[in-house]
Design a binder for this molecule. Sequence first.
Ligand code: SF4
Ligand code: ZN
Length: 728
Amino acid sequence: MSRAVFSAVIRGAHQFVGEAEEAWKRAVDEHGESAPLKFPETAFSLPMILALTGREVRTLADCEPVLKHCRQDLLHEVPADRVWLPYLGHGLDAGAATMFAQEILCAIDYLNGYQPGDGYLGFLTDTTMREVGIQLVDGRMPGFAAVLGPAPDNETAVKIVRELQKRNILIFPVTNRDGRTMKEQLDQEGIQTGWETYIVPTGPRTRDGIFVLDWAVRSALTFGGLKPGSFQQILQYSRDRVFAFGITFGSIPDDWYALGAGAILMGYPVISDSADTPEVRPTGVTTYEALVRETDYDQLVPTCIEVRGVKVTVEEVDIPVAFAAAFEGERVRREDMQVELGGKQAHCLEYLHTVDMEAITDGDIEMVGDDIDDVEVGAATNMGIEVLVAGREMQEDFEGILERQLHRYINHATGVMHIGQRHLVWLRISKIAFEQGFRLRHIANILHAKLHDDYGKIVDKVAVRILTDQDEIDKLTEAARATYRQRDLRLAGLVDEEVELFYSCTLCQTFAPNHVCVVSPERPGLCGAYTWLDCKAAYQISPQGCNQPITKGRTIDAATGEWEHVNQFVYDNSNRTVEHYCQYSLMNHPMTSCGCFECIICIVPEANGVLIVNREHGGMTPIGMEFSTLAGQVGGGVQTPGFLGIGRRYMLSNKFMSYEGGFPRIVWMPKDLKEEMKEDLEARAEVLGLPGFVDKIADETIATDGVALVEFLQKVEHPALAMESLLG
Ligand code: SF4
Ligand code: ZN
């Protein structure tokens, strides 16, 4: 490592450790040694220190040995006599010291009441770590970039961000130079930031960079199922599995160097735009080079991708606006909108169905009625989107699955917002997209290209009709409604006993190597995204893929849902860690959880029932743990009797922990979840002959601890109290 880099890293590390020591002393004087230290909504305290040293820091007192370790073991002096060091060792130690010091500094900030500024996220919660985890898993997001800026000017900031978004790379802008930040530059250019647009500013200070690394290291712990303290494995996992890199704009100050050394320790290379930056190119710690120069802004992002080995596919669709998954979450606000299709004021539907091979020509696009050129600005109008597909491998069962992709595809166009499905679609097209030439007929181009891309195996021909003519829309609506009804009946009528095959889903093994979802008609995958029909279709589309058929084999126990072949399959596919597996039980060999569950079920022994908490709920539950803490207990691909990650619709199933009595065991769930699912929950209670049951389920407005919960349950005579003991 060149001496200049080395000295800068070490100076930066000294600076952070010094600051942390001082902040710590002041905090101890002010709050006392036993004052609690923690970041909001995480089960990992403090994540980087925990991951790399195995030490839990929960109070100010716990920091002392960590700071000593930094000072005594990790901070070295710059050797005066050598120009070049053959390895990175001491520089990486300084990177570790920097990360620990920054983490302590930020935790003390929170102890002192720190609030991230407007539009900044500060510490990134476990929930977001998991939510984004699924996107990394399903390939929507190939990696992430920490950008140390500001960029030299607003134009470059926008350019680089757009280049990264186009490739669906998550962007974390951090640091400032003379008070100016990249976030400010993006704000000035009207670029939306936030998780939805893949631009996540954690804070304007250099130390706020630790929030990004903290986020990355928790995914190693969570999805990799790695133990705190096993630093070699964690660093290796993060190097091999988390495709991240750093970008620095301008000459690099010492504190950025120190942060960069932390990133390099995690296996993330840093790419600098400055001609003065000395390169560091030994390989081994990072997959490729560690510190690389790229002064040409056109080449900056491609260089990053090459150096880090990120696998990206840029989607090429012939439309006048940019197209990528990173634009999926972009909203079109009313003031920015050219026209609206559907929504409250109008009607819009989408309907995909199969036709005979001879009936269509591939690529046929028909516009029936006028496009939006003459629609008044800001007005709402009606539309129908009819997609006709044909293919030798196409089956009716796939129609619903393909149709559900329309939402994603259409949203990937910048300046186009799509909400809802079937006959309840709501689309907005922004003024900017309109000015750039986007028209309704381009929706057809998108759908034609993407259906071929993703479903080329089953779809040979795709034709699209865009309808604004009212008679045509009415005709389409009638036909579509009949089909929607049939589709619902088909899945609703399927029961586990009547199918020969279940399907596996091992998509999440990228992150939770031992996790297998067993998906049956009456039990969807725990992310809620994969039903039995989805898996069946996915298997036919790619027979070598993550969804494999499982024959049941000899029944070991029909009540718990244990079968010989299913056991064998789960054993073989969980790296031989899960020997028994029961499809219908919470307490006996339940399904493992990867990390992407929509909800967690958890036993409440004193209530003889279970609570269900969804990911969106931030508050406390009656068992004394928030969702994020529970998620830490459940995830990682291990069986945890009494705890289970589930897709929310599973609670309506006949096979919902049926071995333990199922639905009537539910004693608590967040109010919002109860409201959202009210109709379905009530229908289910009706079927079970439990009228009024839903009102007997407590929520956070009734109880957030066990005592209050049981009191309420007794008052309303909740059926769980009279059921057989859950603990057996
Ligand atoms: Fe992951 Fe299971 Fe969903 Fe498949 S079904 S994506 S394994 S959570
Ligand atoms: Zn998962």
